[in-house]
Design a protein around this ligand. Structure first.
Ligand SMILES: [Zn+2]
Length: 285
């Protein structure tokens, strides 16, 4: 083949491949669901020691922290990120104020427990995972490593980060075929919903990105407890690896369409920074 013919051929081939690529991209982009994201507050833990949240905070500082679940709606789905808690033992031990069961708190958005299609569990701590069985039709998503590190094949506790009843409940959900285990980082589990690991709040805690009209919203859950963690670049106090946690927080801010679209796990200021309806629901996107 002469050089000019070769160049023509290369040009034609690359035009074809660009064409294919473009059409593939538009085919992939078109059906991507755009989600509405709300933070729903289901209670408050009053006078919580700040040092438990922010590494190095003064021992005497305390604050009221918000208990939240996040509702991501779109594409025919109602997805919860985290499920809150309701078991009596946690209520007695932690005495939340202004409390509603997470399954009832979402009625502010017109969602009934049986309407919830999916629950993405960021990590297995009681205040985020205990409520998973309040939603009878939901598929439950969490990292395989998070599950297997904490829960044995018979449903007992392998690591004390998980409560025994929560472990038993997850084991039962799994036996019922309702648990989807996710293998690792940056996985698109549902169109437009992607999960990320590395926050190291627990062994394989994850955070969630949702495609919205404003671009990507990141739900950090406890991988960043407060805005102060994100804005002052301070690791959460409860982490297995502060360096990994800080790297994850920086990555969240890069992944989000804007740093303000990273939602921390327990900061009541979420309800001051975003428009609020019904007193306890903030629209994020
Ligand atoms: Zn936690």
């Amino acid at each position: 083949m002469k050089r000019s013919a070769l160049l023509n051929w290369v040009a034609a081939a690359s035009a074809v491949s660009v064409g294919c690529h473009a059409s593939r991209q538009s085919a992939a982009a078109a059906p991507e669901a755009l989600y509405q994201v709300h933070a729903v507050r289901f209670g408050t833990l009053a006078n919580f020691p700040k040092r438990s949240l922010i590494a190095g905070a003064p021992a005497t500082d305390s604050l009221d922290i918000a208990l939240m679940v996040w509702v991501v709606r779109g594409g025919g789905r109602a997805i919860l990120v985290d499920a809150g808690f309701y078991r009596e033992k946690f209520m007695r031990q932690w005495k939340p104020v202004d409390y509603r069961k997470p399954s009832e708190a979402i009625d502010a958005l017109g969602i009934k427990p049986e309407d919830v299609t999916d629950i993405v569990i960021s990590h297995i701590h009681w205040d985020h995972a205990d409520g998973a069985d309040l939603f009878p039709r939901a598929k439950v998503w969490l990292q395989r490593e998070e599950y297997e590190y904490h829960i044995s094949d018979s449903g007992t506790v392998k690591n004390r980060s998980i409560d025994a009843e929560v472990a038993k409940m997850f084991h039962a959900l799994k036996a019922a075929g309702r648990v989807n285990l996710i293998d690792g980082d940056a996985k698109e589990i549902i169109p437009g919903i992607r999960v990320y690991t590395g926050g190291k709040h627990t062994f394989a805690s994850e955070y969630v990105g949702a495609a919205t009209r404003s671009g990507t919203v990141i739900l950090a859950s406890d991988n960043a407890y407060l805005y102060e963690n994100l804005e002052k670049q301070v690791a959460i106090n409860q982490t297995l690896d502060p360096a990994s946690n800080l790297a994850a927080q920086a990555r969240m801010q890069a992944l989000a369409a804007s740093p303000r679209l990273v939602v921390p796990g327990h900061d009541a200021a979420v309800f001051a920074r975003f428009p609020v309806s019904a007193g306890r629901v903030a629209r994020i996107d």
